[in-house]
Design a protein around this ligand. Sequence first.
Ligand code: GLN
Length: 499
Amino acid sequence: MSMIHKTATEMAQALADKSITAVELTKQHLDRIAAVDGDVHAFLHVDTEGALAQAAESDAKRAAGETRSVLEGIPLALKDVLTQKGVPTTCGSKMLEGWRPPYDSTVVSKLKNAGVVILGKTNMDEFAMGSSTENSAYGPTHNPWALDRIPGGSGGGSAAALAAFEAPLAIGTDTGGSIRQPAAVTGTVGVKPTYGGVSRFGLVAFSSSLDQAGPCARTVLDTALLHEAIAGYDERDSTSINAPVPNVVAAAKRQEVKGMKIGVIKELMGDGFQKGVLDSFKQSLDLLQEQGAEIVEVSCPSFDYGIAAYYLIAPSEASSNLARFDSMRYGIRVGDDGQRGAEEVMSATREVGFGKEVKRRIILGTYALSSGYYDAYYGSAQKVRTLIKRDFESAFNLADVLVSPSTPTTAFKIGERANDPLAMYLADITTIPVNMAGIGGMSLPSGLSADDGLPVGFQIMSPAMQDDRMYRVGGTLEAALNDKLGKPVWAQAPELVVK
Ligand code: GLN
């Protein structure tokens, strides 16, 4: 019997019971990918042979009584911005076409050590710059809820793979919302851990002071299990935090919020938010209140400047990080006819290798960092960042966790904002402050919007290295919502037509 519509926890139980093998489970997911990914396009590369070999190894380990973790034998989809030895890694860019990294990122080593089976690499906005996956050089991913809509970005491929039942677990990365916004618009769960909680070693850098890899799944508990598998100190990442991983799994199982204070951020629920999104958000607040939480209102006035500051800091760091794509070391080389000088080849390669949005950000960032402008732009943005941190500190004095809708709207149509970068950037208004402050953020489904029937995301934020708090609140809300709706949001997605 096919298990693809089950949770990772249920799959792990079936593997432990020996009612299925890891090879069978992997084949079921590979078959699903073959059947629906022509329409969804969540994957850039499916590693059929590698996945089956890992699954066979997993079965052998289990047979020998050497189960490596609770996730032993469970399939996963990996965002194409993390290196996996020998497997193509493009970051959604032509620049890295054909590059096969010679090493595993720490996240991948940890997944392998846990016995997780990596199915392949998922589609994304080029170098993680975008909110719709339309900036991928390899074509957009389609939202399984409505194929003419975006699955969010930059990690739209990972979120769509979960929503389309192509994988029960996925890895994303979140610089300004790229885990949480795709989770919100696909009815799945995604967590941006505390900055420094998960190693960045082998994560191709976009904006180093903001980038963070994190777990994605269909349920809060599955997300927690994956969080536990990938988190922890890594001496190869200088910003990694050397402290115990918060007990996110116990928190996800607790399903109780009595006496907790939940702070609603006033600035993140006003004008510009879709009615169905706000209604769904308020219903979730009521559910949490019924469960015994106290709801308070908090104010974070500097969040209004979050997007402006982010679009100086992130492009500035990107312009410096992306200088390494110089046609000499990685990926493609264009126009090297033996006559032209290095600078000309470099310029020809960057012209062809980078897409429009990446070029826009390199130009923006280079300008913001140029002498005479540095203090006015980058310097001011850093000051705003400090103000955002302080706003969070005061708000966390009044509440244990903070909440907001994960995104102002549900999934928009493919093409709708493609020529309007500002409209696209505004999709991140709710998620960016979390990255600026380096704290934890989760998006989980809060139901379907009454205006369009599409999934709505509920965002929970917790102080640095207190990631367990968002799992506690998320687990409680998820259980209460499942009771109310009769079945989970992700189980209500329209069944894709299998050709
Ligand atoms: N949408 C944001 C951007 O384009 C965030 C992307 C991300 O988190 N990687 O920068």
